[in-house]
Design a protein around this ligand. Structure first.
Ligand code: AMP
Ligand code: GLY
Length: 426
């Protein structure tokens, strides 16, 4: 089987790496891929932009690709699924309608409310003064979100009304997020511990992947501005078996049922970003219509089932007969970023030491091969992932491997997994 993975990040490298382990898979093309997918066994980069749907379809046809899997949200929200469907090509992707769950926070909040699925109280605004009045009514802390796609950075958790008002003005008047910020959601602050819960759905049935938790803030102790994610681990100890059951019953199943009742068959990965309160009750913080990055990396390290077979079964609406199995080991992934990320950063620095890495897998994100030299080309450069008998052991092995890798401006958090490790040692 030939597979096409659309995207270029650590998530896409991890998906392609897992697909390549399937005996049924002969080659995994990655469009456009990165410096890591350029050289890995069975993987091949294709220089096609993820938003150029016609070119991707043409490639899938000429190469007789049996399955295309889309990594990032941009093409999903823009409707890649319909273009592949038009050409009769198998593509694991929710439709543009379904992808609105991620593409518009106003859409997803209204959907959740309509279907009585737990989420923070909210209202959506285009008028700054009305938004500020509602923020005052909710009390502190209060959460301000740009409506549209903002690469995980369009959220401000305000501890004061001044900060809330500034965020509202930045988004609505200052054009801080372009069209994505032309509308804002103001919502109540949820208390608890976050977890990522990702499922594969085939329009009717779904299977849950192993649980995970990411660290979105740039600095240690979850301080500083949000990024796409600075590290992640699996499993998330806060999601016990009982909590997992509640999430399936109270969030995932009603979401898929609610979509169906509105005429939307959700096929693809669905990612619920959740807050779990002290009693184990889950609420939705956000939905993503794709796999998480960097959650994919530790989850793929633990997945024992054949990912190609699973994804094909989802596209062909026969997921019910499949099973997912995961290694009992824990996995932890640390992101190595360019100095300055999530703000401005320089690129083009050589990366050295990868061949010295032991007991870990290095997934590439912002890397490029320039005349045979591996260089930095993005904000998040690499994800270093390891497995262990506990999150603590996986953390030790991942950070040991991190020490082998050098590039100018290399930045990473030192504390990925600290919450899980606190639970393990207590
Ligand atoms: P989002 O992009 O909606 O996932 O928000 C990014 C991050 O902001 C989340 O991972 C949370 O850490 C935080 N956040 C968002 N909404 C809330 C909320 N209602 N209560 C508490 N924290 C939140
Ligand atoms: N790690 C968070 C995300 O993929 O949105």
């Amino acid at each position: 089987m030939k597979i096409l993975v659309v995207g270029s990040g650590g998530r896409e490298h991890a998906l392609a790496w897992k697909f390549a382990q399937s005996e049924a898979v002969s080659v995994v093309y990655v469009a456009p891929g990165n410096g890591g997918t350029a050289t890995a066994a069975k993987l091949e980069n294709v220089a096609i932009d993820p938003m150029d749907f016609d070119a991707l379809c043409a490639f899938a046809k000429t190469q007789q690709i049996e399955l295309t899997v889309v990594g990032p949200e941009g093409p999903l929200v823009a409707g890649i699924q319909a273009v592949f469907a038009r050409d009769g090509l198998a593509c694991l992707a929710p439709s543009a309608d379904a992808a609105q769950l991620e593409g518009s926070k106003t859409f997803s909040k209204a959907f959740l409310t309509r279907h009585n699925i737990p989420t923070a109280a909210y209202q959506s605004f285009t008028d700054p003064s009305a938004a500020k009045t509602f923020a005052q009514a909710l009390g502190l802390p209060v959460v301000i979100k740009a409506d549209g796609l903002a690469a995980g950075k369009g959220v401000v958790v305000a501890q004061s009304f001044e900060v809330a008002a500034a965020a509202i003005d930045d988004m609505l008047l200052g054009n801080a997020f372009g069209d994505a910020g032309a509308r804002v959601v103001v919502e109540a602050f949820l208390v608890g511990e976050e977890a990522s819960f990702i499922v594969l759905a085939d329009g009717a049935d779904f299977h849950a992947f192993a649980t995970s938790q990411d660290h979105k803030a740039i600095f240690n102790g979850d301080q500083g501005p949000n990024t796409g994610g600075m590290g992640a681990y699996s499993p998330a100890p806060v999601v016990t078996d009982a909590v997992s059951e509640r999430i399936c019953e109270q969030i995932i199943a009603p979401t898929l049922r609610g979509l169906l009742s509105e005429g939307i068959h959700y096929t693809g990965f669905l990612y619920a970003g959740l807050m779990i309160d002290a009693s184990g009750a889950p609420s939705v913080i956000e939905f993503n219509c794709r796999f998480g990055d960097p959650e994919t990396q530790p989850i793929m390290m633990r997945l024992e089932s054949d990912l190609a077979e699973l994804c094909l079964a989802a596209v062909e609406h026969r997921l019910a007969a499949q099973t997912l199995s995961f290694s009992p080991k824990a996995a932890l992934a640390v992101v190595l970023a360019s100095a300055g990320y999530p703000g401005d950063y320089d690129v083009g620095f050589p990366i050295v030491g990868l061949s010295d890495v032991q007991d870990a897998v290095v997934f590439h994100a912002g890397t490029a091969l320039q005349d045979g030299v591996l260089t930095t080309s993005g904000g998040r450069v690499l994800t270093v992932a390891a497995t262990g008998d506990s999150v603590q052991q996986a953390q030790q092995l991942a950070y040991q491997a991190v020490q082998a890798i050098q590039f100018e401006g290399r930045y990473h958090r030192e504390d990925i997994g600290y919450r899980a490790i606190e639970r393990e040692v207590s």
